[in-house]
Design a protein around this ligand. Sequence first.
Ligand code: PDD
Length: 292
Amino acid sequence: MARIVYVNGVYAPYASAVVHAEDRGFQFADAVYEVCEVRDGLLVDERRHMARLQRSLGELRMAQPMDLRSLGVILRETVRRNRVKNGLVYLQITRGVARRDFAFPQPGVAPTVVCFARPLSRAKGEKRAGAGISVITLPDIRWTRADIKTTGLLAQSLARQQANEAGAYEAWMVDRDGYITEGASCNAWIVTADGKLVTRPADFGILRGITRGVVMDIARRNGFVFEERAFTVDEAKAAREAFQTSATGLVMPVVKIDGEPVGNGKPGEVAVGLRQVYHTVAEISSTPAHLT
Ligand code: PDD
């Protein structure tokens, strides 16, 4: 089936969906983005993703190209035109096209808005979660504003490549003091020997994951004790369980870190349980009407 990509007001065939050579997203990664899960044709946690998008735009002093309701229409129309039942929808906004200059262009330059959607196999995701994944750890070499969801993802791209070359699925990045920050494209969690859920506080050093937030809601509602604090690689390796969260991977059990088994080397029951209930707590919306 022909894929369709939204670019600046036009739903274009994949091959002709292009942006300008002097787009600031291309030259400076002067762009923010969001990835939402699509489940049964509906958007998951749209409200929270759009709130984070607004925050990212604000941090970069970039104007919001249109209201959230209109962005919601584009997201849905892109999902519909690509007939994505289960998968993801990706939205990117750049500061627009301008003669290459490090400082911002004059006000009035139109932002570039791109949206695409693509299917992801639910069966494959479940199979992966059933087996659990391996991660490697490596230094976090990113800039200090990882809280902004920009397309400046080179460090994460290198990390993921290194993980894949090592036969692992993901890379967990480690700060200078030996504490795990997050995965290349996910948040990192452990379950301690006494059953506490631990994940790093969402300061400037990590992205405040939407899936992370929903997992915290689940934990609160179910009486889990959780701690927002940094944990070391050694603590993760000695944990009862480890897992990671993201909109596309959901709650994904981690069974090996740097080749060493975590817990009994099988997906942990907390991670499996969180994954099972995830969509009963996430917001799943058919219309953008709830957005103002
Ligand atoms: N990545 N941390 C990083 C660095 C991420 O890139 C992501 C998401 C997350 C998890 O955030 P959320 O739960 O909101 O998806 C954490 C997306 C999926 C991506 O870039 O494809």
